[in-house]
Structure formats: C-alpha cells, structure tokens
Design a protein around this ligand. Structure first.
Ligand code: SF4
Ligand code: SF4
Length: 186
C-alpha cells in the first residue's frame, strides 16, 4: 500500500526473500519514509528548484539593500511635506520684519464658509496699516477649502506643513495663529 505525502511517499516494507516478517504483523505498522516518489532525477530537480528560488529571493534582498531608504522611524522621525501639502492655514510672516503680512481686513473671516476664523486688529500710531491683535482659527470646522488663502489681499495666509495632529480634546484644535507665528520666530 502506498500513501502519498507531498512529493514523497510512505511505502510499506517489502518482504525479504526467505526472511521472516516481524512477528504479529508489526511490519505493516512500521512504514518506511523514502524521499521522492519519482526517482533520483525528480529529487535532484526539486532540490535545484528550491535552491534557485533561494537565489532569486536573496537577489531581491540584495537589490533592495542598496536602494535609498523610504521609510522613517516614526514617531522619532517626521516626514518632510511636499510644497503643495495643505495643513491647516497659518499666518505668513513678512520676510523682512518677521511680522504678520496680515492687515486685519477681515476678508478671510467673511469668505470662510464654515465660520472658522476670527480676526481683530488695530491701527497703531505712526503705521499706515492695521495689525492683527487676534487671529483665531477653529480647525475643528475647517474643510481646507482654501477660500481664506485665495481671498487674502496681502498673501498673509498660507497652508502649514502640520500633519501630525492627534488629540481627544477638541479645544486643542482652536489655534491662536498669532502665538503660533511668534513661537516659530524663536
Ligand atoms: S480653508 Fe476654508 S474652511 Fe478652512 S478656514 Fe479657510 S476658508 Fe475656512
Ligand atoms: S484676508 Fe489676509 S489680510 Fe485680511 S484678515 Fe485675513 S489674513 Fe489678514
């Protein structure tokens, strides 16, 4: 009786001429494991195929070893966002003075469809334009539609590169953008 197992077979022992079979029929229970059922050539082909698949696998590993790494050790490392990435909006500074380009005209507040922005400003003595004194963004309601950025006459708003926000507290997402700009300058 032959019993196929994978590519090998369990083969019942053959009776030996003139020899005695194990007493009490124990020989039938003691089947012999013989590798391969298709002869030596088939066994060699199987070993060669396994070895070739190992070589191919190691080739892939070796090729990847010399490619630039594209993964990061998050959260210890952060991604550098692309130029067109849209994080929440933030105030853009005047490159010369570091002060906000915003003149507190209120256009962004009026343009926002979700009522996310609150702007207040004053005209200081000796200055020709207003300066913002309050600039609050409620990011919990923002849809990142971009209307505020597009309507701003001084390019005073831009998209931040912030992508790493996570909290269970909604109040964390109400940003004081003036404070944020001050913190960036330090
Ligand atoms: S991106 Fe759109 S929704 Fe968000 S604050 Fe600006 S105007 Fe409002
Ligand atoms: S539209 Fe621009 S300048 Fe006017 S309040 Fe908004 S950010 Fe400031």
């Amino acid at each position: 009786m032959n019993m196929a197992v994978g590519s090998s077979q369990l083969v019942a022992p053959q009776p030996v001429a003139g020899g005695a079979q194990a007493a009490g029929g124990q020989a039938a229970a003691g089947a012999v494991w013989r590798p391969g059922g298709g002869g030596l050539a088939a066994d060699v082909a199987e070993v060669a195929s396994g070895f070739w698949s190992l070589v191919v696998g190691l080739g892939v590993t070796l090729a990847e070893f010399f490619r630039p790494t594209i993964t990061l050790h998050y959260p210890h490392e952060s991604l550098k966002m692309t130029a067109r990435f849209r994080g929440h909006v933030e105030l853009a500074p005047d490159p010369a003075t570091g002060r906000p380009l915003c003149v507190a005209c209120g256009s962004c507040q009026r343009a926002c469809p979700s009522d996310c922005i609150l702007v207040e400003g004053v005209k200081r003595e000796g200055e020709r334009r207003k300066s913002p004194t309050v600039f609050r963004l409620d990011f919990t309601k923002c849809s990142l539609c971009g209307a505020c950025v597009e309507v701003c006459p001084t390019k005073g708003l831009r998209y931040s590169k912030e992508y790493n926000l996570a909290s269970t507290d909604k109040s964390v997402y109400v940003f004081d953008l003036l404070k944020r700009l001050q913190a960036e300058k330090k």
